[in-house]
Design a protein. Structure first.
Length: 169
């Protein structure tokens, strides 16, 4: 049996964080996911998919994601039902998100859309520096140079000293 869901979409509103009576954090949010085709009027439609995540991941989602942010969700589809106050049976289908990826920088300031010119890979700093870095990498690849120093995240075999305050989780 296989039950796997992978989604990329934008949050329709800020996530809602609650806690169960036992103290477990649970966050709920809705992703707007564009369909791969257009309707008869030539407009692209979207599906609005309810997602839920638990514990530490729920707290991270509530703290770091806001309305309009691009997020990736990996999880499983689940259904549940309950009886509402009017005595009617209500069926709910949602994605139980096992992993949520934040696909935009925290302080992008772009209203949920990436306005940078580096094809979704711009994560802060001066835009000119980012473009120069990309141009230099492209030139090195054309010349057959694959210099180890091209990787700004390389640690040269040395331990990386990062404070827990600098980590988003």
């Amino acid at each position: 049996m296989l039950n796997r869901v992978v989604l990329v979409g934008r949050l329709t509103k800020d996530p809602e964080l609650r806690y169960t009576p036992s103290g477990a954090a649970v966050a709920t949010f809705t992703l707007a996911v564009n369909r791969a085709f257009t309707n008869q009027q030539g407009e692209r439609e979207a599906d609005f998919i309810n997602c839920v995540t638990w514990r530490r991941q729920a707290e991270n989602v509530a703290n770091f994601l806001k309305k309009g942010n691009l997020a990736g969700v990996d999880g499983r589809l689940q259904t549940r039902n309950y009886e509402n106050q009017q005595g009617q049976r209500v069926f709910v289908t949602e994605v139980n998100a096992e992993s949520v990826q934040f696909l935009e920088p925290k302080n992008s300031g772009s209203g949920g859309y990436n306005s940078g010119g580096s094809q979704g890979q711009y994560f802060g700093g001066d835009q000119n520096d980012s473009n120069q870095f990309n141009q230099q990498n492209q030139q090195n690849r054309r010349q057959g140079n694959s210099n180890f120093n091209d990787d700004p995240f390389a640690n040269d075999g040395k331990p990386i000293d990062i404070s827990d305050d600098d980590l988003p989780f």
